[in-house]
Ligand binder design. Structure first.
Ligand code: AMP
Ligand code: ZN
Length: 486
């Protein structure tokens, strides 16, 4: 099965023809969120990009098994096995069980992705649900000689591994430079080598999430979960592994090392990395404090926002950039996307009103070829959108009576818009879809109830007043909150 699809492989640093191991089956693993706080729009960009990739692979006829994990344990604040556990810290802060934190932010993550109209993955495994698989993998790594235990901690021996394999294969960095740029081993650091990383971490008595293992009570290091879960659901060798670009240097580099140390071959044939969403040139991140939350985005209630934007406007704004380019968040760019998205949707709305004619002025098959070529060139959504605006021009010209379209060409045009606008880009007409409004309002009402329960009346009032300004009236009763259009 050759679909002619070219994709950029971080491993080879060039575009390659996509040749799955067992076509028409495709296995794709994407690193999911660490669910210790709300996802911000930067995270959403990465998942929207892989949704586009998932949707297009399906359009091409592949049977895709898309695995996207939930990191719900083992992620320390520092990438180098240091700092507090993100979940434990948050649990203390919010006075909740760590698993309550996990549940709360997993649900929030799903709500947000649903608003962006992304498809659910085929499997969404959690790190805490695969502790046994991770322990088994660590055992094999130790047996194969690439891992060692010291006092209840297990580390990966990077030096031993890099004698046989290329540890920096993904980023092409110079190992010597890395060694020189990595901090000296401190007096208390028991690792053998400066680049060694934790596979298993010994629990302290007060550690909230800990499990029994051959090395005593502890919890897995952050990287092992993805190696264990991708191998379990996609096999030791599979087609595509993805994530944000920020994961390549440490998390994915270590994933490759673990998988190779275990099975002696590379886990994924194609590594795909999405570029970052930035704000004034700085990466949007939780730690930088420049992350927009969905609610702030809808209401426009954020110092950097002029007004609110709908989820589809934001999604359209993201899709207007290629997934490997950085994208800077700005009001002007969002205003332009809002106008562009409306133009696209009104043209789609006109399709049913066009009257076919015996004559025909347009080659829709050629336009479709251009759309396929755009997506076949490493999922180039901005070029695809430019082609779709050619379709918009055709629709408007026929509607204005300035050109003619045959019945056959009109059928092709309707199919093209249905495939590329809705199935592949995953857009939807927000104004005509009341069920979507219901979903968004349910989420906003839930967030307000949570704020009220936490006695955060400033936020709950802000939501009520914000909705009122948008023409939505909330009514509180014993049974809960209902809404109506004012
Ligand atoms: P995290 O929840 O931090 O583990 O991140 C989840 C995903 O979002 C990872 O694939 C990250 O690479 C990605 N990500 C984080 N920040 C950004 C950003 N500013 N732009 C795009 N993707 C991001
Ligand atoms: Zn991962």
């Amino acid at each position: 099965m050759n679909t002619g699809l070219q994709l950029y492989n971080t491993l080879s640093r060039k575009k390659e023809l996509f040749q799955p191991l067992n076509a028409p089956n495709v296995g794709m693993y994407v690193c999911g969120p660490t669910v210790y706080s709300d996802v911000h729009l930067g995270n959403c960009r990465t998942f929207i990009s892989f949704d586009l990739i998932f949707r297009y692979l399906k359009y091409l006829g592949y049977k895709v098994r898309y695995v996207r994990n939930i990191t719900d344990a083992g992620h320390l604040e520092g990438d180098r096995d240091e700092g507090d556990d993100k979940f434990a810290k948050r649990a203390k802060l919010e006075q909740l069980e760590p698993m309550e934190i996990v549940q709360k932010y997993t649900l929030g993550f799903h709500d947000v992705l649903r608003m962006f109209n992304t498809l659910p993955p085929s499997i969404e495994p959690t790190a805490t649900g695969h502790i046994i698989e991770q322990i088994e993998m660590i055992k094999v790594i130790i047996e194969n000689g690439y891992g060692y235990e010291i006092g209840g901690n297990v580390y990966f021996d990077v030096e031993k591994y890099s004698k046989e394999y290329n540890y920096t294969i993904l980023t092409n960095r110079n190992l010597e430079d890395m060694l020189n740029n990595t901090r000296e081993l401190g007096g208390q650091d028991e690792k053998r080598g400066r680049l060694d990383f934790a596979l298993w971490i010994k629990a302290k008595p007060e550690t909230l999430m800990q499990w029994q293992s051959p090395w005593g009570m502890g919890f897995p290091g952050w990287h092992i979960e993805c190696s264990a879960m991708s191998a379990k659901y996609l096999g030791a060798e599979f087609d595509i592994h993805g994530g944000g670009m920020d994961l390549a240097a440490t998390h994915h580099t270590n994933e490759i090392a673990q998988s190779e140390a275990c099975s002696h071959h590379q886990p994924a044939r194609y590594w795909m990395h999405t570029n970052m969403l930035t704000v004034n040139g700085t990466r949007m991140s939780k730690s930088a404090g420049n992350g927009f939350l969905p609610l702030e985005l809808f209401s426009g209630d954020h110092p950097l926002l002029k007004k609110g934007y709908s989820p589809m406007t934001v999604k359209f704004f993201m899709l207007q950039a290629h997934y490997r380019s950085t994208l800077d968040f700005s009001n002007d760019a969002l205003d332009a996307s809002e106008k562009g998205f409306r133009r696209l949707m009104s043209a789609v709305g006109l399709l049913e009103k066009l009257t076919p004619s015996a004559e025909n002025d347009f080659d829709i098959a050629a336009l479709k070829d251009k759309c396929v070529a755009a997506m076949g060139d490493d999922f180039n959504s901005p070029v695809l959108i430019a082609e779709l605006f050619e379709a918009v021009r055709i629709i408007n010209t026929v509607y204005d009576g300035k050109a003619k379209i045959s019945s056959e060409a009109l059928t092709q045009l309707k199919q093209l818009m249905s495939d590329f606008v809705f199935d592949i880009l995953g857009l939807k007409d927000e104004e005509s879809s009341n069920t979507d409004l219901n979903g968004v309002l349910d989420m906003v009402i839930n967030l307000r109830s949570e704020a009220k329960a936490n006695k955060d009346y400033a936020t709950s009032d802000k939501i009520r007043i914000g909705l009122q300004e948008l023409g939505i009236q909330l009514k509180d009763s014993k049974e809960g909150t209902t809404w109506s259009k004012a």
